[in-house]
Write a protein that binds this ligand. Structure first.
Ligand SMILES: O=C(O)CCC(=O)C(=O)O
Length: 272
């Protein structure tokens, strides 16, 4: 088992005890491009987030993204086909209930992000800002990619926080990561036209061989760098997997003018 996989399965991180990452956890993030805070969000938050999610899913409350919209492998072809109205994610999570603002602005969350980003934290509303709803039967496979591929910031140094509302395992489509890929110089030929990291390329096999699943329990938070290669398979179980995802930048790393990243408001988080 590699160092990365040991650390990703640590039962309890220091965050629960101290409200801060240890220097070793910060350096783990710097080296591997991700770190997990175990048992971080408490039951009340999770219950409220689940309740909002189930209600909005049942009402198909816009804006939503359907599996058929992205048409990744396994997704229904059209909105009219069988399973066509399977929701992939509820967008604009931040605006769906005050519980999300309470969570994002919690001093411990802000403090952890400040540690990873190295300064004052801003939350762009243009990216992620969603509840992933990986449903049985019609969920799709998300290929290997770096989130920053379609984002435009002064530097590619953003961090996403992925909060598990339920257990996340390979069987229900948990995230897989390539540790250290955020620091790799990955040439253009390694990616396809849609900027997915090619799994059919011999040159990419040694990198893909280092992949590890990030297994999470309810309330665990995965923090990962926007350049970290990650993927997820479809949900082979009979229960939907829910995860809340937001992205953060340091205040001196603004979006580029006229880009999609600059097209929405941003939340300036209070300093912790
Ligand atoms: O849950 C998944 O399928 C992966 C989602 C993902 O990686 C993304 O939206 O960037």
């Amino acid at each position: 088992m590699s160092t990365a996989s040991v650390a990703s399965t640590t039962a309890e991180s220091s965050v629960v005890r101290e409200g801060r990452f240890t220097p070793a956890e910060v350096s783990f993030f710097e080296q591997h491009g991700y770190v997990v805070a175990r048992g971080f969000a408490d039951g009340e938050w999770l219950d409220r987030m689940r309740m909002v999610t189930l209600e909005h899913l049942q009402r198909e409350l816009p804006p939503v993204e359907f599996e058929a919209d992205v048409r990744y492998p396994g997704a229904p072809d059209t909105l009219d086909s069988v399973g066509g109205r399977t929701v992939r994610r509820l967008k604009q999570a931040h605006a769906r209930d005050i519980v999300f603002t309470e969570w994002i602005t919690h001093p411990t969350v802000v403090s952890l992000l400040q540690q990873l980003l190295g300064g004052r934290v801003v939350m762009p509303l243009a990216h992620h800002n969603c509840i992933m709803t990986k449903q049985p039967e019609f969920s799709s496979e998300t290929g290997w990619h770096q989130d920053v591929r379609y984002w435009s910031f002064t530097r590619p140094d953003l961090v996403s926080a992925w909060l598990a509302l339920g257990a996340e395992r390979p069987q229900n489509g948990c995230l897989w990561v390539i540790p250290g890929s955020h620091r790799m110089n990955l040439e253009r030929f390694r990616f396809d036209d849609a900027l997915f990291f090619r799994t059919d390329l011999a040159d990419n096999q040694p990198i893909l061989a280092t992949k590890i699943p990030v297994e999470l329990n309810p309330g665990d938070v995965l923090f990962f760098h926007a350049r970290t290669l990650h993927s997820a398979s479809r949900n082979e179980t009979s229960a939907t997997k829910y995860s809340v995802v937001f992205t953060f930048r340091r205040d001196d790393n603004p979006p580029l003018k006229n880009s999609r990243s600059a097209a929405a408001a941003e939340l300036i988080l209070p300093e912790a």
